[in-house]
Design a protein around this ligand. Structure first.
Ligand SMILES: *Cc1c(COP(=O)(O)O)cnc(C)c1O
Length: 358
């Protein structure tokens, strides 16, 4: 039976990525050796890093004066590393969910944090709208896509200061005005590669303005100076990331990808909105994520949630159980997921309704 991969992360990768990565595990760059057993300083692997950096810059139209890094430690390390490198006195943060809250907690270790707004009262089903960022903060941090709650900010905010953004779960799903940001980071395992690497886009001239002592490994400047090769980088995830980046380019870049992503999400939200049984957890259309679609059973069908997960899994729908904080279901529609999988899920929902709807 064909499997449809809706996992939230780690999550679906293109067949191109999987196939080429598998091949490189056997024989990398015709070296007669596996990519798992060669030096990260070999000219063959240096070429992988160079090409990956160039493709990130090309796909996101990164302006001059920015560096692209591939580091370990996950997006979670960036929650601390960003304030360590950028927060002198005070920073502003928008609280839109679990990941944003974790970033806020770490920032507080390094200075004053102004939480400009929080979606907590709505259980993070609404993106707060009325907030302003004071002009005297070192930066404004937000999370563009809230993987757990299925909300998303798809437009680069207009604020009077430079921005830092956690784009872990929607990077490469839209064009970004990188020039508004001092730093963008994204753990790879949602839209790019297996876990183990974090992509960082940092403005070179924004570095070096904090007074504190920063350990060598936690300083962006170290990695900028050494081109992500200060220590051994996550070789295999970087190789896989390069394959995905090439695949994205072959699709026509992020503008084309965005159209496909929007089409997939619209189709699924429409099916949910028109259903007798299911209801989306995010009420406002403008707040709905095109990457993670969260939905639950209407109150009168609540007891059927477990049954539906089993029913869908038996039909090849993998990873649709909702996060424990939200319950119900979450279908992650990352870039590599084909429309065919969305259609299969909708067919499965319709079949279930046909059997169980009162
Ligand atoms: C998954 C995720 C993280 C955590 O990433 P790790 O690589 O596990 O540290 C952070 N932020 C967002 C938005 C995520 O989706």
């Amino acid at each position: 039976m064909k499997k449809h991969n809706f996992y939230a992360g780690p999550s679906i990768l293109s067949q191109y990525t999987i196939k080429n990565t598998a091949d490189a595990i056997i024989n990398f760059a015709d070296m007669g050796l596996s990519i798992l057993e060669i030096s990260h300083r070999s000219k063959q692997f240096q070429a992988v890093v160079d090409e990956a950096v160039a493709l990130v810059k090309e796909l996101l139209e990164v302006p001059e004066g920015y560096s692209v890094l591939f580091l370990g430690g996950g997006a979670s390390l960036q929650f601390a590393m960003a304030p360590m490198n950028f927060l002198n006195k005070k920073a502003a943060y928008l609280d839109t969910g679990v990941w944003a809250s974790k970033a806020i907690k770490e920032a507080k270790l390094f200075g004053e944090v102004d939480v400009v707004a929080s979606g907590k009262d709505s259980h993070y089903t609404v993106i707060p709208k009325d907030w302003t960022v004071p002009a005297d903060v070192d930066y404004f941090h937000y999370t563009s896509n809230n993987t757990i709650y299925g909300t998303e900010i798809r437009k680069d905010p207009d604020v009077p200061v430079r921005m830092i953004c956690d784009m872990s779960s929607d990077i490469f799903s839209r064009p970004v005005d990188v020039s508004k940001y001092d730093m963008i980071y994204a753990g790879a395992q949602k839209n790019l590669a297996p876990s183990g690497v974090t992509i960082i886009i940092v403005k070179d001239s924004a570095l070096g303005h904090v007074d504190r002592v920063i350990p060598t490994m936690l300083k962006y400047q170290t990695h900028v100076d050494k081109g992500s090769m200060f220590n051994t980088p996550p070789v295999l995830p970087i190789y896989a990331a390069l394959q995905t980046l090439k695949y994205y380019k072959s699709l026509g870049g992020v503008r084309e990808i965005e159209k496909m992503d929007i089409a997939k999400a619209e189709k699924l939200y429409e099916a949910i909105d028109n259903s007798k049984m299911f209801v989306a957890t995010v009420p406002g259309k403008e707040d709905r994520s095109i990457m993670n679609v969260c939905f639950v059973m209407k109150p009168e069908y609540k007891e059927l949630e477990k049954t539906f997960v089993e029913f869908a899994t038996e039909r090849g729908m993998m990873g649709i159980k909702g996060h424990r904080d939200v319950g119900g279901f979450r279908a992650s529609l990352y870039n590599a997921l084909p429309m065919e999988s969305v259609e299969a899920l909708i067919a499965c929902m319709n079949e279930f309704e046909g059997i169980y709807a009162k």
